[in-house]
Design a protein around this ligand. Structure first.
Ligand SMILES: *Cc1c(COP(=O)(O)O)cnc(C)c1O
Length: 429
């Protein structure tokens, strides 16, 4: 039995499903998860000593590559000065200043420890600031696992949602409306019907939790206009896209200013830092200034903030995002070219900055239903073919992929060579 298998068996005894976050369990693709021993640059090594080219990057944060020396040094130095104080530090101020400078829609922000916490707090703030109850989200977008967000659409598009998880009473999701992504008309209808009571619309401006799905310009512009007209707040959840698709996040690519932005992943560089922020006028409702309560023992933790700051320092190097986007583009163009060599495989891919999606389908999907209609069996076969050849893709057809600045030409070329073999392997009956 391999060491991975042994560890998984052992994990299953004391950890539900053997993992501390569900998608790690390989339930969607089948097989045994790899237990990681160490990682460096674009690679990690598993418990059996096998090396993989990593396209998860901890689901986004590791944008400068694993164990970057400057980041590791910053963490070590911060740790030596003390692990946590529960009192303010200068590094938190520097972090806030850096984010405010890089994302002009944010005037003030608060640091928290996870994207879930940041999104949950942003929604409370939006409700507190507007005095309204209802929130609008979109099918296939993920904003963490706060109760009110675990919703699937009701029977009609404009009926309020049902809980998508056990343990969430219907009363808690009755104010959450789940609409179709990229459907501007549904949004118009929702505001016509409920406009007076909508506190906010929350959206991933490039969706990265139903594989990768771009928002259309029209969809986001309609959203911005309707929110402004009806006095609702527009929340961009950029936990994944922030400092991933561009230095200024997806909002800089679309040229749209949300009222609130939710951040996480890259801003922690691999340690737990997330944030929500926006216009001063909205942020002033937050305790201790205002009546909306929010707090955290480890918020702005000095070691985590040092890690995030060191990462944000590196991504500001001139040309960082041009190179990252070019490598990502090279990867997906190469994958599509490899797939075309093999008859009978419907495959396409898309990328925004350092984030990509691969789809076993004729066309790049534009909403959740289309993502669900892609060929999952083909994806799973491809995933395992790649894994066997030392390439670690997200273990689900419904997740995006991530390239880091450490993915050099050698890593991309090795990936494309593995892909050429893998497409051939899965084409055979
Ligand atoms: C990952 C993610 C979250 C949740 O962040 P956690 O740190 O895992 O709680 C929220 N929103 C989006 C868009 C994400 O990608």
């Amino acid at each position: 039995m391999s060491r991975n298998d042994q560890l998984f068996e052992r994990a299953l005894r004391t950890i539900p499903g053997g993992v501390n976050s569900p998608v790690r369990a390989f339930k969607s693709v089948g097989g045994t998860p790899r237990f990681v021993v160490r990682a460096e640059g674009p690679y990690f090594w598993d418990a059996d000593g096998r090396r993989y080219i990593d396209y998860i990057g901890s689901w986004g944060p590791m944008i400068v590559g694993h164990a970057h020396p400057a980041v590791v040094r910053a963490v070590q130095e911060a740790a030596a000065r003390g692990l946590s104080f529960g009192a303010p530090t200068e590094a938190e101020v520097a972090m806030a200043e850096t984010i405010v400078r890089l994302m002009p829609s944010i005037e003030q922000l608060r640091l928290v420890s996870s994207g879930t916490e940041a999104a949950m707090s942003a929604l409370r703030l939006a409700r507190g600031a507007t005095g309204r109850r209802k929130i609008v989200k979109f099918e296939g977008c993920y904003h963490g696992h706060a109760d009110g967000l675990l919703v699937k659409a009701g029977s009609g598009a404009l009926t309020f949602g049902h809980p998508s998880s056990a343990g969430v009473p219907a009363e808690i999701t009755q104010h959450t409306l789940a609409l179709d992504y990229n459907d501007a008309q549904q949004l118009e209808d929702a505001f016509r019907r409920h406009g007076d009571d909508i506190a906010c619309v929350i959206v991933e401006p490039v969706a990265g939790n139903m594989n990768l799905v771009r928002a259309t310009d029209e969809f986001l512009r309609t959203m911005r206009r309707l929110c402004t007209q009806h006095g609702a707040l527009l929340i961009f959840d950029e936990v994944m896209t922030g400092f991933r698709v561009a230095a200024g996040g997806a909002q800089s690519l679309y040229g749209i200013e949300p009222d609130l932005t939710v951040l996480g992943k890259v801003i922690g560089g691999g340690l737990p830092v997330a944030a929500f922020g926006g216009r001063r006028e909205v942020m002033k409702h937050l305790a201790p200034l205002g009546p909306v309560y929010q707090a955290g023992t480890l918020s702005g933790n000095p070691v985590a903030v040092a890690c995030g700051l060191a990462t944000l320092e590196l991504i500001q190097a001139p040309g960082f995002y041009d190179r990252l986007a070019a490598q990502t583009r090279r990867l997906i163009d190469g994958l599509m070219a490899a797939a075309r060599q093999v008859p009978g495989i419907d495959f396409c891919a898309d990328a925004v900055g350092g984030m990509f999606g691969i789809y076993f389908a004729r066309q790049v999907p534009t909403n959740y239903a289309q993502v669900l209609a892609t060929d999952k069996a083909r994806f799973n076969a491809f995933f395992h073919a790649m894994l066997a050849r030392g390439v670690y893709l997200a273990p689900s057809a419904y997740e995006a992929g991530f390239v880091s600045a450490a993915h050099d030409d050698a890593a991309i070329e090795a990936t494309l060579a593995a892909a050429a073999e893998s497409f051939g392997a899965i084409a055979r009956p």
